[in-house]
Design a protein around this ligand. Sequence first.
Ligand SMILES: NC(=O)c1ccc[n+]([C@@H]2O[C@H](COP(=O)([O-])OP(=O)(O)OC[C@H]3O[C@@H](n4cnc5c(N)ncnc54)[C@H](OP(=O)(O)O)[C@@H]3O)[C@@H](O)[C@H]2O)c1
Length: 334
Amino acid sequence: MKAFLVERYGDKDGPRAGDVPEPKVGREDVLIRIRAASINPLDRMIRDGEMKAILPYRVPFVLGNDLAGVVVEVGAAVTRFSVGDEVYARPDKDRIGTFAELIAVRQDDVALKPGALTMEEAASLPLVALTSWQALVERAGVQPGQKVLIHAGSGGLGTIAVQLAKHLGAHVAATTSTANLDLVKSLGADVVVDYKKQAFETVLHDYDVVLDALGGETLKNSLQVLKPGGKVVSVAGPPDAAFGREIGANPVIRLVMSALSFRIRRRARRHNVTYSFLFMKASGNQLRELTHLIDTGRIRPVVDTVFPFESTREALAYVEAGRAKAGKVVVKMT
Ligand SMILES: NC(=O)c1ccc[n+]([C@@H]2O[C@H](COP(=O)([O-])OP(=O)(O)OC[C@H]3O[C@@H](n4cnc5c(N)ncnc54)[C@H](OP(=O)(O)O)[C@@H]3O)[C@@H](O)[C@H]2O)c1
């Protein structure tokens, strides 16, 4: 089958088109004919070897972390899905490879596609929607009436996180650039801060939760907008020891992670708030919860551009160059 492969870490011209054997279907797996896949910043980071300590894929491997498609075969122990089902998924981190014609995914990581969405819209959602859920529902436990700040509200993650925070009953603030102010408002943000014109930490106060997708100075300044007891959940800041434990990292790696996040954790303690790092996980159950919110119109996808599958490399380059105006970039099987 045709696929886009990382043959060498750090190959800026990758992933390269190639032919690979069709996947083997395990007892718990569904084989999915991919109709659309979406691009995530994670794809570039994997290609460039930036995630090797956490995700040690052996080259060559097929890239891609999000999909929508049709089930074409089921393993002997599969109970949830049948041939012909339209599904979407973020495959487990150890079994990526959605820039391909076919993929075998564990049934536990798959959900039926929201009925009203196109394949391209559905493919734009799993990774960012699951991240939003795991940050806001699981990790931060956002309650109605709480104040939540979402950074990068126009990004793939931000566009979904703003809508989910709003659905949870929060008062939502988001940061974005001038061109995307109206879009982010239309997604439900109560306050939108134009980061090109204003420093968010000077206008936002007493927040309960910050979802940080930028790290660096933005993460540091986010501590100031939290009230005592507040939480910053970062998907872009330094990993912490809890994350190391979660992924079963050895004690040395856990120590390194603890050291990397030492400064921000100490700073957080001084502000009487907590810092935690999140790396999202595949989950069919959570995806089903999200499907319900999509089917009932609480969450809608935001798709910037659709490229043909053959142009997967160009789609990655488009995202890497920051050319997407808002939301997600998708590749579609032709
Ligand atoms: N750890 C995890 O599990 C996990 C999961 C998902 C994502 N992530 C990470 O989260 C980050 C965002 O992901 P994404 O998919 O949303 O990326 P994306 O679609 O490329 O969006 C990034 C957005 O950041 C905005 N931005 C840039 N500088 C900003 C600033 N100073 N203040 C506010 N917004 C700013 C840009 O919007 P404007 O046009 O408005 O400037 C852009 O749309 C990436 O680093 C990704 O790797 C991590």
